[in-house]
Structure formats: C-alpha cells, structure tokens
Design a protein around this ligand. Sequence first.
Ligand SMILES: [Zn+2]
Length: 466
Amino acid sequence: MIRKFLVGTALAAAVFTAPFVAADKDAPHNKKAFEIYKTAVEMRTAKGHNMVLKLANYLAAEFEEGGFDKADIHVAEVSDNAVLIVRYKGDGSSGKRPISISAHMDVVDALPKDWERSPFKLIEENGYYFGRGTVDDKAGMTAVAANFLRLKKEGWVPSRDLIIAFSGDEETDMLSTRALVKEFRELTDSEFVLNADAGGGRIPEDGGTPASFGLQAAEKTYVDFELTVTNPGGHSSRPREDNAIYELATALKNIQAFKFPVMATELTRAYFKGTGPNTPGDLGKAMSKFAEDPKDAWAIGVLRGDASTVGTTGTTCVATMLRGGHAPNAMPQSATANVNCRIFPGTGVEYTLNTLKEIVANDEVKFTTITDPTETDASPLRDDVLAAVRKAVDTRYPGLELIPAMSSGGTDGMHFRAAGIPSYGVNGIFMKSSDSFSHGLNERLPVESFYSNIEHWYVLLKEIAG
Ligand SMILES: [Zn+2]
C-alpha cells in the first residue's frame, strides 16, 4: 500500500526533541532482523514469480528454530502464493482474545533494467537500504517477525495470544488476505489487528521532527471500472461520424472535467485541524480553514489542487490505462479505458458508478466493474491501541501527535475490517516524502528507520500484550 494519510482525530500533546539514540546494528536481535530483511528483499516475491511460498517456508523455519511449536506455525498455499500464520501463545492472564498482526510478503514487481541498482539485491548506500520491498512491506514484515523471535528468546510470555497473519498477494488480488479471514479464520480469529503495512510519519524535507504519527484506522474503497466502446469499424479511407476512439475520448474528457462533491467527516476535519498548523504555506492555512468550515471555497480550491490532499476531500476517479483499435488503416472496432476510483467512505461503489454513467451520458459506453471492491467503515479507536502506540512512538519522538488516519491506497486491513475485525495501521516508519518510492523505481528506506521500526514493534508488542 502507499502511505498517504487522510482522516483523523488529533490526540496528543506538545512535541519535544527526541533524545533518540541510534540502534546498535550489531546487537544479536538486530543482526537477525537484518538477515531476515536481506533474505526477504532478495526473493522476488512479485506476482508471477512464485517466490512467496519460499519466503513463507523460510520464515516458518526461522520460527521453528526460534522455539515456536511446530503446531503453531502454518504455511498454506493460496492459488500461486501463500499465507503464513504463527501463534505466539500467551498465558491467558489478561483473559483477552488474541491480537493478529498483519503484513504482506509479496511486492510490486520491479524490472531490473529500469533500476539504477539491482532491485532484488539489498544494497546499502548513503544511509539507505535500496531494493524492492525495502519499505513496502518487507520492513514491516521483518520488524514483526524479528520481534517474535527476539521476545521468544528473551523468554517473554504475552498475556494473550499474538498471531502473525502474513498475506502473499496484497499488492495484486488479495486472495490470500481473504483466505486469512475466511478459510483460516479459526487460526486468525482475533479481537483486532495491528497492521505493519500502514502507519508512521513524514520527516520534514529539511530534517527535524515529524508533524505527527498517522495511525491508519480507515481506508478509501478501491475500484477499477473499464469503459468500452465497440463499433463495426471499417476502412479508414471512408471515415464516419461514429468512432469508438472518439466516443471513448469524449467520455474520458467528461470524467476529467467532473469533480465529485466535497465531503468531510468528523475525522477528516480533525485530521486537517491537527495537520494544518504544522503544514507550511497556503496548504496549511487551507487545512485549518477547511477544518473550521468544509464549505470554504478558497480552502477547497487549495486542497483539491494538491495531490497530497485532494483524496481527503472526496471521491476521486482518474483514467489510468487505454487500449483501442487493431490496425493503422482501419476504423477502431473497440476502445477501452480503465478508470480508477478511490471512493470516500459512506459514498458507495454503486453511487460512484451511476455518477460516472450520468456524466458520460452515452449508452454506447459500456461500464464493467473490474475489481471486487471491499467497502469498509472506519475502525473504532481503542484506548489500548492508542496507549501502546503512544509508548512506542515516545521512544523515538516523545509527545508526537497521534492522528488516526485513512489511507487512500488499499491494505490487508480492509479485509479484516470487512470480516468484522477492526484493523489499525501502526507501523513505525518515519521518512521524508522525497524518499518515498514504494511501488516505484529505486525504492529505499533510511537505514536508521529500519532499526527504529524494529524497536517500535518491540515496545508496541510488549505494551499491547504485557
Ligand atoms: Zn504494502
């Protein structure tokens, strides 16, 4: 998923400069974490490469060697990928139900010839780890796995069961995620989920302390619609008025010109209220203004003109792919475009589709819903989760504001939410916007962020199940 935060409720206090001490890379638990990270990054777990099962088996062997009971480790194949489920048995002293911890083992593919360095070699350079998945999501996955091993080695016994629930195709079909909450529900059933594929904060470009920590508690609904126009075609020397490409182009121009209604919830307003004062320039002013009055035309104009905030103000739909025609000298017999929508909670896929049909206003344009959308409500905030995240964030940035947020990209969390298990994105990666290359070229993670996230999860797990 892409870390982009939208909604939230401001929750905390003044920010103090953190007395952050760099992690000891040579500590045994950090060495183990690095070994897992390197091994995972160097497996090309992208769709079509059939490496997810290998990664799941590798991790399973690590858990077995680390003292986990074989009966508590499950690897299962799901279509051409796999899931990994590991139960860290508690002593039951809290009387509470288990907590699942999710992350994904797959990555978006990377073409080696496009990269400056090999994407499937973990390369350390200039204070960064480069490689596909160094951020999304092998950093989160590693932090969780390494801390299960570390805590076990230390003899720690949680007061309730903790369950690793790693998926294998989060970036594509999410069949494994669905399997985690359906076929394997007995193994993963829990009170709530902590997701290591969302959360964290942005470090300002000139360094210093982040404005806030975004705790993912909601997601927009992801859906792809295909728009197709078909036509009998014919010889291009005898053009007619009707033309599949022109008709599709007109439909797309209508979509381009259309703006979905401005929407605001208590959470988005609180998010803007918390983020505005820490955001420089007009953008920050517009956030504060919108928080006060979501009808303010100037604020709406600024927020909608900025790619980082437009998604927070309502549903967005955008053309992303195109194909059409079959020969340079023939009238096109068909033309198809993909339109990708990120639907604001409470709006609905049906309403969005009908709106698009209305603005296209041409029955020749056929709409097909390509993805199987999962619509979910925000997860209710929990004091225990907030308190544990508070403690983990304080180790790095004491007092940093926690802002419950909504992702515009989809994560495994939505399938847990849809299955009635609230999910919270609480990964502890802090980095600059300019370092954010998830899904793109030359993905990288500051070395220091890798180790501080290991520490983040150590504190978090001990706190939530101590
Ligand atoms: Zn991800």
